[in-house]
Design a protein around this ligand. Structure first.
Ligand SMILES: *[C@@H]1O[C@H](CO)[C@@H](O)[C@H](O)[C@H]1NC(C)=O
Ligand SMILES: *[C@@H]1O[C@H](CO)[C@@H](O)[C@H](O)[C@H]1NC(C)=O
Ligand SMILES: *[C@@H]1O[C@H](CO)[C@@H](O)[C@H](O)[C@H]1NC(C)=O
Ligand SMILES: *[C@@H]1O[C@H](CO)[C@@H](O)[C@H](O)[C@H]1NC(C)=O
Ligand SMILES: [Zn+2]
Length: 518
């Protein structure tokens, strides 16, 4: 709470600077976690009775909100499985909120009235990748691993099958546009990465992000960046923000960071995007830096393209030095632009790098990404009205990540949880596999006693060596709030999520509240 009080005081003094100060203060607090009250008194028994009674009373009073969801915001935590949710809650408690121990902290999503489970398997795999899973939760149809916006008739890499429009799966972005709603897609990863791509493209391989990434036998298929800028529904999306800039620019073009594009087909997709908005007489902004994002006037802008990095945006802790916006910065701007449409909007917001931290076995980094993701959700909730805006938070898959052992109350999540029968210590955060593996020495596990376990770049030592840690196959959570959030209780396929969001917001060709509701 300290940083909030301080930044409030600052606001009073220098109003104009308020936004960016708040951002810097927030980062400072995140980078120097100072726990005020570690090891305070545990709660008395009466506390548990009182808080459970309050919780129960609130639940008894709560009723499902039966109304049209004018707006829908889907928040997707890439790879945000249950152990990562709990670790994020404790880290937030210890390093941001400064609560007594940490475990008693609340993520913003803990306040959502309805939760359920999502079964994330794909047509050809028990454990999903982001591509097939996104096709399901945004388009309502499960697909094959590595494919996006196409049915399971399309096997990965089959361009011929992709070209057959009968195999295409459209997304809730297209359905929302058909009803005159505004749409937006925001990610900390590349905008051409698998999850955001399912909002706008039909592609037989998630790797086909630009023309130079298409193999010889797929040159007839249009790459992801081109589909975003030139095709329906991508070209109509009002707000597009993320990384992956070089996928949009020619190889001989140098951008504002002095970096080259990668396209060899001569297309400058950024210029083509600007020209198309000019032809529509629309107001638009193209931005590459955080100051540009924070400073333009959203009330006078209908279209925004923000490409903040060549590849992914920097991890949360490195964003200030890289001049990249936070996910919260982008979410705020997106809502400011989209909420001008009286017919409402659909916005997809991805915390894309929780997944990347985990793939690298850097648990603390992944969990900080998750804490920032929750902050973006809180801000999005604050800026919208529960009576007309449905918020849905979920993940596309989990990770080979566990939070185990018998840490004491209030321990750092990175803490050594105990010793194995081999007398060697182990951390509470653990991976089944990944690049942090250290070979056995004389048949013994690596001794982590002197490892820098609190370091943000530390790799928890996994069991099985692998270049990249794998996803996990267990179900993930769904949290929902707003009109028809009760539809997200129970255990569902991830493909159900698209249908339920469409029902609540009266878009798409299936059941809708406006057409079929009582
Ligand atoms: C690719 O898809 C086409 C059209 O569906 C099909 O005829 C062909 O056999 C497929 N190729 C492979 C290698 O699966
Ligand atoms: C844009 O404005 C110009 C000049 O006023 C007009 O000729 C043109 O038809 C407009 N285009 C669209 C798509 O509205
Ligand atoms: C907890 O972690 C922080 C860094 O995240 C570190 O500065 C601190 O020393 C750790 N505290 C304990 C008790 O290990
Ligand atoms: C692990 O390393 C620590 C610190 O060097 C040492 O005290 C301890 O004995 C080691 N444990 C084993 C089982 O070798
Ligand atoms: Zn992944």
């Amino acid at each position: 709470m300290v940083f909030r009080v301080v930044s409030l005081a600052l606001c009073a003094i220098v109003l104009v600077q308020a936004h960016s100060d708040d951002r810097d203060m927030h980062k400072a607090a995140y980078q120097n976690p100072q726990r005020k009250a570690v090891g305070g008194q545990p709660e008395a028994p009466e506390f548990w009775v009182r808080s459970a009674q309050e919780d129960l009373d609130n639940k008894l009073k709560s009723e499902p909100k039966i109304a049209e969801a004018k707006n829908v915001i889907m928040f997707l935590g890439d790879g945000w499985g249950v152990p990562s949710i709990i670790a994020a809650r404790i880290l937030k408690g210890q390093a941001v909120d400064n609560v007594n121990f940490g475990e008693e902290a609340q993520l913003h999503i803990d306040s959502f009235p309805h939760t359920g489970m999502s079964k994330t398997f794909c047509v050809d795999a028990q454990t999903a990748d982001s591509a097939c899973s996104a096709t399901a939760y945004l388009g309502g149809v499960k697909a094959n691993t590595g494919t996006i916006g196409v049915t399971s008739n399309v096997l990965r890499n089959n361009c011929t099958a992709q070209l057959d429009t009968a195999n295409h799966v459209s997304s809730i972005v297209a359905w929302a546009q058909a009803e005159g709603k505004s749409t937006g897609v925001v990610t900390t990863s590349r905008i051409t990465d698998a999850s955001p791509t399912a909002c706008f493209a039909n592609i037989a391989n998630r790797d086909w992000e630009s023309d130079v990434r298409l193999p010889e036998d797929a040159k007839d298929c249009m790459d992801i960046a081109s589909q975003l800028i030139l095709m329906d529904p991508g070209k109509n999306i009002n707000v597009i923000m993320g990384g992956g800039r070089n996928r949009f620019l020619p190889f001989d073009y140098t951008d504002s960071e002095g970096l080259k594009g990668e396209r060899e087909d001569g297309k400058n997709l950024v210029d083509m995007w600007k020209l198309s908005k000019k032809d529509m007489n629309a107001t638009y902004e193209y931005v590459e830096k955080v100051e540009e994002l924070l400073n333009f006037d959203a009330s006078k802008t209908d279209y925004l393209l923000g490409l903040f990095a060549k590849d992914e945006l920097a991890y949360f802790h490195d964003q200030a030095e890289n001049l990249d916006p936070t996910l919260t910065d982008m979410t705020v701007k997106a809502i400011e632009i989209l909420s001008k449409n009286p017919k409402g909007f659909f916005l997809f917001v991805e915390g894309g790098r929780i997944d990347h931290g985990h793939h690298a076995n850097q648990a603390l980094r992944a969990i900080w990404e998750a804490v920032e993701f929750d902050r973006a959700i809180e801000k999005g909730d604050e800026m919208t009205n529960d009576d007309d805006t449905l918020l849905v938070v979920t993940a596309d898959h989990s990770h080979a990540f566990s939070f185990a052992g018998y840490n004491a109350r209030g321990d750092n999540i990175t803490h050594i949880a105990g010793k194995g029968e081999d007398e060697l210590p182990y951390t509470a955060l653990n991976y089944a596999n990944g690049p942090g593996h250290v070979a056995l020495v004389d048949g013994m596990r690596h001794n982590i006693t002197n490892d820098p376990i609190d370091d943000i770049t530390y790799r928890q030592v996994p069991l099985v060596p692998k270049d990249s840690e794998t996803h996990g196959g267990e179900d993930v959570m769904i949290f929902a709030k707003g009109p028809h959030s009760h539809l997200f209780t129970g255990v569902h396929q991830q493909s159900y999520i698209a249908h339920a969001m469409a029902y609540a917001s009266c878009v798409g060709s299936g059941l809708t509240y406006c057409k079929d509701g009582q």
